[in-house]
Design a protein around this ligand. Structure first.
Ligand code: FES
Length: 333
């Protein structure tokens, strides 16, 4: 049984759709049951892609008109044969089914200082948060990272809105972020104990920040994250999941998760967040032929290295040296 958000499903239609950076499409929806979307909320979108029903979650970048108009932004995944491709194909007037806003990344009130770190498309989870902090008159900094300015959505808009509170690190300009320096500055600050860091981006970035945060003994509860936009260490490719207890083999396509592939094959599993945070979907690893790409933020680095469990909702595998399709043998608990 899969537990999902309790937000009600409703119809929405596209009122604006445009490219806002290379590979990133901004989609504005008008929904039939408006509800204000606070910073940190997302909506789930029901899609039919490649003949399958799929659900994708997208951060609400802007909420206007009391939540009647919701702005989402979607990066086209090169491996996509499904979700992001279907979202990029939407045009003005198209209808789709979405939930109301679901809160999964709340912005706390009263921190001494806020540092928002966005890697790539992860910026979508932080745009509304930065605006709320500006309106509150909070002490905040917005750190934006990308491979190239061409692919960084909302860069100009955020720079215009937040001025020198924005710090930009761009790989192809030779200005990558030094995570130890960033976290070290926070730890050395006069209000280190009350500084909160909110991050959304690739899993490698989030792991590096988590590890540096722990090294500096900063309060763990002051580190908050959203995993949408997280990519793994490897590109997505098809692999096989074996379930000896059920005598089943299930192929996992590049654009779907183990969880969705199992559910589509009639194998019921527990889940909740579906983004590698809650651990409800954990399964025991019996054997891996290939290389595992955990992609979750629930297991610690040490647990990931022991490789005894994985999160069905986000973890994947890629072929090893042999080049054969990876196979992961699991035991569902
Ligand atoms: S459902 Fe929450 S970690 Fe997989």
């Amino acid at each position: 049984m899969a537990a999902r958000s309790q937000a009600r499903w409703q119809r929405g239609h596209v009122v604006e759709a445009e490219l806002v950076a290379e590979g990133v499409r901004r989609i504005v929806l008008e929904v039939e049951h408006p509800e204000h979307a606070a910073p940190g909320t997302h909506v789930d979108v029901a899609l039919t892609a490649q003949g399958r029903q799929q659900t994708r979650s997208y951060s609400v970048v802007r909420s206007e008109g009391g939540g009647r108009r919701l702005t989402l932004s979607v990066q086209l995944s090169p491996a996509s044969r499904g979700g992001s491709q279907a979202m990029h194909a939407l045009a003005v007037g198209d209808e789709l089914t979405v939930t109301g806003p679901v809160q999964s990344f709340p912005l706390a009130v009263g921190a001494g200082r806020y540092v928002l770190v966005a890697g790539g498309i992860g910026v979508t989870a932080l745009v509304a948060m930065a605006s709320a902090l500006r309106r509150r008159g909070a002490d905040y900094e917005l750190v934006l990272l990308g491979r190239s300015r061409r692919v960084m959505a909302y860069l100009d808009e955020l720079s215009a809105e937040h001025g020198d509170r924005v710090r930009v690190h761009v790989d192809d300009e030779g200005t990558p972020l030094s995570v130890p320096d960033l976290v070290g500055e926070i730890a050395a600050g006069s209000n280190a104990a009350t500084t909160e860091l909110y991050m959304c981006g690739p899993i490698g970035l989030m792991d590096a920040i988590r590890s540096s945060w722990t090294d500096h003994a900063l309060p763990p509860t002051n580190l908050r994250f959203e995993t949408f936009g997280s990519s793994g260490r490897f590109g997505a490719e098809e692999f096989l999941v074996r379930l000896p207890q059920l005598d089943r083999d299930v192929a996992v396509a590049p654009d779907t998760s183990i969880l969705d592939a199992l559910n589509a094959a009639g194998v019921e599993t527990l889940s909740d967040c579906r983004k590698g945070e809650c651990g409800l979907c954990l399964a025991k690893i019996v054997e891996v032929d290939g290389t595992l790409d955990h992609r979750d933020v629930f297991l610690s680095e040490a647990q990931k290295q022991r490789c005894t469990n994985l999160c069905l909702c986000v973890s994947r595998a890629v072929a090893g040296d042999s080049g054969d399709r990876a196979t992961v043998t699991l035991h569902l608990t």
